[in-house]
Design a protein around this ligand. Structure first.
Ligand code: GCU
Length: 371
């Protein structure tokens, strides 16, 4: 798109102060941006780790011809409203990990109904979730599913973690968490478990999501600094893509089609992206200096690859504060020519909106030696 985009400034605080060091970024700008995204876009998570949370090893079995172990973990919690929740985490580790030899870095996939049959299935690999390819690259593969955290429908916030934790005796606040913030909260609970698993290296976990899952991975990664790498695959509107001047899906369209995804406040910006106090490059910058990978598909005009790439370029000044470079100097890359810098990566794959084996090949290639 050839529009002039006037965007909120990355390195100027709300009080007008210029941010020119990593310390100022971490002490001033980063916290205020987290507040702005929580208040105006995703909504505030009312709690972090529930006091009642427990982990139970539900099952463990060999799989993939003895090459791997599949563990099934139940993450259980309850709320003051009396409700109970369970996130089922599936974890595949190479067989030698279980022998106590090594703690593996891991990819944590946030699934949104794409893999409904897989967690308990015998043959776990699919193009979306290529467990064998991930394990062969030297990583553990773990996943949780959206449906265990919050249903992907506008149910008046009565079910899922909203039903368990939201106050029922007063009207819902305009900055209360939407479903994407609830899902991001679920990813942090998966991190809580993974910190305790002897086969996983908790300092080397990449969170990955596709589309609405990519939006979720980004917000989780912004909030939770235990996450070492974030992968946003084709997350588009209110994910990686800059909203101002964006092609394809716009804020009013996402709010209409998915009224449960964001805070009520976000609806104030329907047709008014220019009035948002943030834009999505600021979200990407909240991942810095950790590893950040953004991927697009050429035919995915709804997500808008150009605006996704622009966002990654515009996040670079924060990486520079930490002494790392980004992709700002590079023009929009050729199809299937991944661009990998020290801390940031991008590719645009030929084809349609999806997470494919080709995406995984580029993403694993970036992680190799970095994560
Ligand atoms: C819809 C929605 C997008 C979303 C996508 C997906 O197309 O408009 O914002 O990313 O679904 O999750 O696949």
């Amino acid at each position: 798109m050839n529009v002039e985009r006037i965007l909120p400034q990355l390195l100027v605080g709300q009080n007008g102060l210029e941010i020119d060091s990593a310390q100022q970024w971490e002490e001033l700008r980063r916290p205020e941006l987290l507040e702005l995204f929580a208040e105006h876009v995703y909504g505030r998570q009312p709690l972090q780790r529930p006091e009642t949370m427990t982990f139970t090893a539900a099952s463990q079995a060999g799989c993939l011809d003895g090459k791997a172990i599949r563990k099934s973990i139940h993450i259980d919690f309850s709320g003051e409203n009396g409700g109970q929740g369970r996130i089922r985490l599936t974890l595949y580790v190479p067989a030698d990990a279980a022998a106590g030899k090594k703690r593996y870095p891991a990819f944590l996939l946030f699934d949104h109904g794409r893999l409904s049959a897989v967690p308990e299935g015998d043959s776990p690999s699919s193009p979306f979730w290529p467990v064998e390819q991930i394990l062969a690259s030297g990583y553990a593969a773990t996943m949780i599913a959206a449906e265990d955290i919050d249903p992907d429908e506008h149910d008046g916030f009565r079910n899922g973690v909203h039903g368990i934790f939201d106050p029922q005796d007063r009207p819902r606040a305009a900055d209360a968490w939407g479903t994407i913030a609830a899902w991001a909260w679920g990813l942090s609970r998966a991190m809580d478990y993974l910190e305790t698993d002897p086969d996983v290296d908790p300092a080397r976990i990449a969170v990955i999501g596709h589309s609405r899952g990519g939006k979720t991975a980004l917000w989780a990664g912004a909030l939770d600094e235990r996450i070492a790498m974030v992968v946003s695959n084709e997350s588009g509107c209110t994910g990686a893509a800059v909203s101002r001047g964006k092609a394809g899906e716009r804020v009013h369209q996402i709010n209409k089609a998915f009224p449960h995804w964001f805070s009520e406040n976000y609806k104030r910006y329907n047709h008014k992206e220019d009035e948002l106090p943030v834009d999505q490059h600021l979200l990407l910058a909240l991942i810095a200096p950790r590893l950040l990978y953004v991927s697009s598909a050429a035919e995915d005009e709804w997500a808008d690859p150009v605006s996704e790439y622009l966002s990654l370029q515009l996040a670079e000044p924060v990486y520079r504060l930490f002494g790392a470079d980004g992709v700002a100097a590079e023009p929009f890359p050729q199809l299937d020519s991944p661009l990998h810098t020290e801390r940031c990566g991008y590719h645009v794959r030929a084809g349609q909106h999806d997470l494919t084996k080709v995406d995984w090949m580029y993403i694993l290639g970036f992680a190799n030696g970095r994560l």
